[in-house]
Design a protein. Structure first.
Length: 147
């Protein structure tokens, strides 16, 4: 499959939301997504990467680059909403996308990439393990502070 990758633009948001709603069983509102995208689109550390086949978005990942003042931690990236459309899985698209993400992270001088994924996505986890990600001992804590 001849997939190409690019950084998403405002025109891609609707297809991204459709893909993520499908892959993650979400119900993200398109107006909300467009608003947030427009607010962050000029931030070079907020990157939405999409994979295109015949002009159709079939994969997506959100990359957040976080520079820090801490030498051991340095600059790192958090990846989330990493997905491939169900009709296009098992064709190496996720691996090619992770290769592209790695290039971007290296250009941004990231020391590490961290990937956030729901526990139920076991097939995706196998892909991440195969790519060289490992499950850290640390837990991901969260606290809802707004409704």
């Amino acid at each position: 499959m001849n997939i190409t990758f690019k950084i998403a633009t405002s025109e891609d948001v609707e297809e991204i939301i459709k893909l993520c709603n499908l892959c993650f069983f979400e119900e993200t509102n398109l107006d909300y997504a467009k608003k947030i995208f427009d607010e962050t689109k000029n931030d070079p550390n907020q990157i939405y990467l999409i994979g295109l086949l015949d002009g159709k978005i079939v994969s997506h990942a959100k990359i957040t680059v976080i520079p820090t003042i801490y030498e051991n931690m340095n600059t790192y990236a958090i990846l989330n909403h990493v997905c491939v459309h169900p009709d296009y899985r098992r064709h190496g698209i996720a691996t090619k996308m992770l290769d592209e993400i790695t290039k971007i992270c290296l250009q941004k001088k990231c020391k590490t990439m961290e990937l956030w994924s729901n526990n139920v996505r076991t097939a995706a986890h196998a892909c991440y393990h195969h790519y060289g990600f490992h499950l850290d001992e640390a837990g991901f804590f969260s606290k809802q502070i707004m409704n």
